[in-house]
Design a protein around this ligand. Structure first.
Ligand code: ZN
Length: 269
């Protein structure tokens, strides 16, 4: 009888199931762990001894929240980097143009926020290339930054991204789970406890390329910028942070941290 055998071996079966679950969890952890370099080089934190940080926003454009963030950043003279989802760019091209007009940097975050590890190489290429083309058609920008959705990558994802000329940009500050809409103070505290020189911070102005309430993230952005300014941090885009890293030891750039002349006015949202 099978039931009898199961009874006899239940300890071994249970041990096997647990071992398998641990293995799967371990693999998943490595696949989504932002600082792991196992599958190829990615940028997590730029080694700097100067108080520069990069604010990054994922999953948009997502009006009106993205617009509120862009307007606030403009008023505060803080440049950021927006990792946009292609299908959201197609729906809200005017928001992307606003991001670009303000001197923010743009990164590629795939077409449909797909979990790239589960895609074929051909699909990965299409996810990235289609988004790149949309960004360029809408704004004229050709980005070389890619951030995989969910931070999930393996040899194939990084290989495809690099073969298409991208740098894979992760983050150093643990995700504050702002997409769950906790109070802004909670999001800010989760971020501020982990910021150091050359940190890359991730917030979410969108919801995997779909509409979603991001009012907590909007408010948290203001708290984070205000607090970090008070601590003497300066904000740069990811490309600027990378440049600073390359020029380690050189004098920091002049006061033109942010090009205030880029935006013709504040009333075209
Ligand atoms: Zn995302």
């Amino acid at each position: 009888m099978i039931a009898d055998r199961l009874k006899k071996y239940w300890r071994q079966i249970a041990a096997l199931v647990i071992a398998l679950a641990v293995l799967i969890a371990l693999v998943w952890y490595v696949v989504e762990n932002p600082v792991s370099q196992l599958f190829g080089p990615t940028v997590t934190q730029v080694p700097l001894h100067q108080k520069y940080v990069a604010l990054t926003f994922d999953d948009g454009p997502n009006p009106p929240y993205t617009n509120e963030i862009v307007d606030y950043l403009h008023a505060a003279r803080v440049p950021a980097t927006f990792f946009v989802v292609g299908m959201a760019v197609a729906r809200h091209p005017e928001v992307l143009r606003l991001e670009v007009a303000d001197g923010n940097a743009i990164g590629n975050h795939s077409w449909s926020h797909a979990h790239m590890v589960l895609e074929t190489r051909a699909h990965m290429r299409r996810q990235i290339a289609q988004t790149a083309d949309e960004i360029q058609a809408v704004s004229g920008v050709r980005t070389s930054l890619f951030r995989p959705p969910y931070g999930a990558r393996d040899f194939a994802v990084i290989g495809v991204a690099r073969s298409l000329g991208y740098q894979v940009i992760m983050w150093s500050v643990p995700l504050p789970r702002d997409w769950q809409n906790p109070p802004p103070q909670v999001i800010a505290a989760r971020v501020l406890g982990h910021v150091g020189d050359g940190s890359i911070i991730v917030l979410h102005d969108g919801n995997r390329g779909l509409p979603g309430d991001r009012s907590s993230t909007v408010a948290a952005t203001k708290l984070i910028v205000t607090a970090l300014r008070r601590e003497g941090f300066r904000f740069v885009t990811v490309p600027q942070l990378l440049q600073l890293g390359y020029r380690q030891g050189a004098a920091p750039p002049g006061p033109a941290e942010y090009d205030t002349t880029a935006r013709p006015g504040t009333d075209h949202r």
